[in-house]
Ligand binder design. Structure first.
Ligand code: MSP
Length: 509
């Protein structure tokens, strides 16, 4: 049994959550569920980033205190995790007193290591990124990520000697070629390091909404320094016992490219300075785009996933995320393509396969899955393809190719539909080919059971429904990796007829 610690970014609570937040949370959930299927010891963390300029300003705009603001907003982010059916083991808030104490302890270690000094900074600050920019990094004088004008800031701050870690960071990248995935993101981060690193200011003098610097409470900790520490800090207080030895270092930090530099450069340097092990991997997925642009609260072009989840449940949304957009790349999303894919794939391909199978077992064998008499499970014409689908699914999931894994499962859904046409059970029934009909019906019911195992990380509620429709108990043991083998459905299983899993969406116009 291995251990697997996966995290999402902790989301800013300056505004309500949108589809991009739900996307990363679902991706991490797919990974967590898959590793539980393998029998690994899993910890899955998500949460909220509640300090900093951006959040303080949002509170001011609403005419409330930052504390009131974050307390009012956090529920919406907790709700995202619940609504998408995420199995996070903890939800961290950076305003948790235990987290604040951890940040102070960690900062003191970095200070004691000689990596902190005082200096005056003067530069352009984008409060959306919560980061400084140089003139040459701006596009037409605007933040390249947010398209907003940065403001001039000058403060005497505490600085972290990031520059001192340049060589060690580059060395770490070279000796860990899969530290950042996919590869082009690794190259991006490494070339940034090789261009030379400046020290960074890690405190703020004017800002009040943050964690006080332990040795100088007139300043607060820079929000990114505070936020990145959520990953180890949560392990110290999520349970009664400290889980650090059990789960640190993280196996995967999952995020989009907007925050690669913070995670790929500042974060490992902070950990080196304080003497902590580095995370094993960062996985950088792409942006979901609407109308050709990255969705962002600042740009005001966001797609709200909640009405779709409200109406269709979490599974169609979870399914759509990885079918529509190749995980790791940018891709367009829209309500139209959501509905089209739902109808074509969930309602037609999977929904029909299930209802045909259940109704034929009902019609021809009184609802009991027949034994394929005189035939060993491996003699099924589907056995080899089922094994290949399961192997590809596992291999793709281990490579964090969520889209590839789902594609491998979907090819098998299509294979089962073709099998129905090839075998034509209605003909076998008419011609009195009893043994052949038994074998066909068994194979279809068994195919559905296997689909329940392979679909589990992506569409867990659907997986449970598939299991119960072929008469099995929908519980964890039924979806463990060992169950991804062909021929495990006991003959005599009672199929259950019920309403369609995915009723078609009537499209307007
Ligand atoms: N608070 C910081 C993260 C601190 S982690 C120590 C932050 N928060 S955020 O609310 O802006 O979230 C950014 C993350 O949300 C992205 O890295 C990505 O995981 C997710 N996404 C936000 N918009 C997205 C899309 N349009 N598409 C895909 N992912 C999106 O940055």
């Amino acid at each position: 049994m291995g251990k697997f610690y996966v995290t999402t970014p902790i989301y800013y609570v300056n505004d309500v959550p949108h589809i991009g937040h739900a996307y990363t949370t679902v991706a991490a959930d797919v990974m967590a569920r898959f590793h539980r299927q393998l029998g690994d010891d899993v910890f899955f963390l998500t949460g909220t980033d509640e300090h900093g300029n951006k959040v303080e300003r949002a509170a001011l705009e609403r005419g409330v205190t930052p504390r009131e603001h974050v307390d009012a907003m956090v529920g919406k982010f907790k709700e995202v995790a619940i609504k998408v059916n995420a199995t996070n083991d903890f939800f961290i808030r950076t305003t948790d007193p235990e987290h604040e104490a951890f940040v102070q302890m960690f900062l003191q270690r970095v200070h004691d290591a000689g990596d902190i000094y005082e200096s005056t900074y003067s530069g352009l600050y984008c409060s959306e990124c919560e980061a400084y920019y140089t003139e040459e990094n701006l596009v037409d004088g605007l933040c390249p990520d947010h398209g907003t004008a940065p403001v001039h800031m000058q403060e005497t701050n505490y600085f972290f000697r990031l520059s001192a870690y340049q060589e060690r960071l580059a060395e770490h990248y070279r000796s860990h070629p899969d530290f950042v995935k996919p590869r082009h993101r690794y190259n991006e981060a490494l070339s940034f390091i090789e261009q030379g690193l400046d020290d960074i200011s890690i405190s703020r003098a004017q800002l009040k909404w943050g964690i006080p610097i332990p040795w100088d409470p007139s300043q607060v900790v820079y929000v990114w320094f505070d936020a990145l520490l959520n990953y180890p800090s949560a392990l110290t207080y999520a349970r009664d016992e400290d889980l650090t030895d059990r789960f640190w270092p993280a196996t995967y930090h999952v995020m989009a490219q907007d925050i690669l530099k913070f995670h790929g450069i500042i974060w490992p340097a902070m950990l080196m300075s304080a003497g902590y092990a580095l995370p094993e991997h960062l996985f950088i997925h792409g942006y979901l785009k609407l109308g050709g642009e990255k969705m962002s609260k600042t740009r005001g072009n966001v797609m709200d996933p909640f009405p779709l989840i409200e109406e269709f449940g979490p599974d169609p949304f979870r399914f759509y995320c990885f079918r529509e957009v190749n995980f790791g790349q940018d891709g367009m999303v829209s309500e139209e393509s959501f509905k089209a894919r739902y109808n074509a794939e969930l309602a037609n391909e999977l929904g029909n396969l299930l209802s045909r199978t259940v109704s034929m077992v009902g019609k021809y064998r009184e609802g009991s899955v027949p034994a394929p008499a005189g035939r060993a499970p491996e003699d099924s014409p589907l056995a080899a393809e089922a094994a290949a689908a399961a192997a590809a699914w596992r291999e793709r999931l281990e490579a964090i190719d969520l889209t590839g894994a789902l594609e491998a499962v979907w090819n098998f859904v299509r294979r089962l539909n073709r099998y129905v046409e090839e075998q034509a059970p209605w003909k076998q029934a008419k011609e009195g080919a009893g043994a052949e009909l038994d074998a066909t019906l068994y194979d279809l019911a068994e195919g559905i059971r296997l689909l329940a195992v392979l679909l589990y990380p992506f569409v867990p509620a659907t997986s449970a429904a598939l299991l119960s429709r072929v008469g099995l108990e929908a519980a964890r043991p039924a979806v463990m990796w060992e169950k991804a083998a062909w021929g495990l459905l006991p003959a005599g299983a009672k199929v259950v007829k019920a309403a369609p899993l995915f009723p078609r969406i009537e499209l307007e116009g």
